[in-house]
Design a protein around this ligand. Structure first.
Ligand SMILES: C[S@@+](CC[C@H](N)C(=O)[O-])C[C@H]1O[C@@H](n2cnc3c(N)ncnc32)[C@H](O)[C@@H]1O
Length: 196
């Protein structure tokens, strides 16, 4: 079974979106506002006939905020951008989506600010986890339009397991030197997790 329409927003190299290219029932749109990125992708897709099925792939020069979607059965990936940019894109796309769609995000910075925004939107959280590669941590949130469990301001399941604990230690190191109210509240929450 396919994954409906996959949108890889801020696709850069396009690896995420293209990983769905063998699913025949899935159409893929790679989106990026950088003309250089789009040119490189065109060359990559047109020169690679061995494992990329072309008819279901399209490439679009656009900011995520400016997209027009059909409302059903979209899987929207927004990875590798700051929380502010991701928040703007989710806010712009959400009114166009129904509950058959899902939004998968992975912010690289400003995760706390993004969580605050997401919690205020008509969104529910289906899954959250953190993955690690080369010493970097990548939080991933899977969201659905509509009602249901809200995004937690600091995360819940994301702290589970070995990688969750390593991420908690890394976040503590990073945030405990900050003195602003939001950072202090976050650090208190992270410290309290240890005693659970
Ligand atoms: C660091 S790359 C992330 C690539 C890939 N998504 C990943 O996670 O490996 C960020 C990409 O986002 C694009 N970008 C920046 N602002 C954007 C926006 N508002 N809408 C869509 N893409 C954007 C950039 O041009 C760049 O190619």
């Amino acid at each position: 079974m396919g994954s409906g329409h996959v949108w890889d927003i801020g696709c850069d190299h396009g690896l995420l979106g293209l990983s769905f290219s063998q699913e025949s029932a899935t159409s893929i749109t790679l989106v990026d506002p950088s003309p250089a990125v789009i040119e490189k992708l065109k060359i990559k897709i047109n020169s690679n006939t061995s494992h990329i099925t072309k008819p279901n792939i399209s490439i679009m020069l656009s900011k995520g905020q400016d997209l027009k979607l059909s409302n059903r059965n979209n899987t929207i990936f927004i990875a590798g951008m700051g929380g502010e940019e991701i928040g703007q894109i989710v806010t712009a796309l959400l009114p166009q989506l129904d509950q058959t769609s899902r939004i998968v995000i992975s912010p690289h910075r400003k995760g706390l600010e993004l969580r605050k925004l997401l919690a205020s939107l008509e969104l529910s959280i289906a899954h959250e986890e953190v993955v690690t590669e080369d010493g970097q941590f990548y939080p991933i949130l899977v969201l659905h339009p509509g009602s249901g469990p809200k995004v937690h301001p600091y995360g819940q399941k994301i702290w589970e397991g070995e990688t969750g604990e390593a991420y908690r230690q890394q976040q503590l190191l990073h945030f405990q030197v900050h003195r602003d109210e939001a950072s202090c509240a976050y650090v208190s929450y992270l410290r309290a997790l240890k005693s659970l």
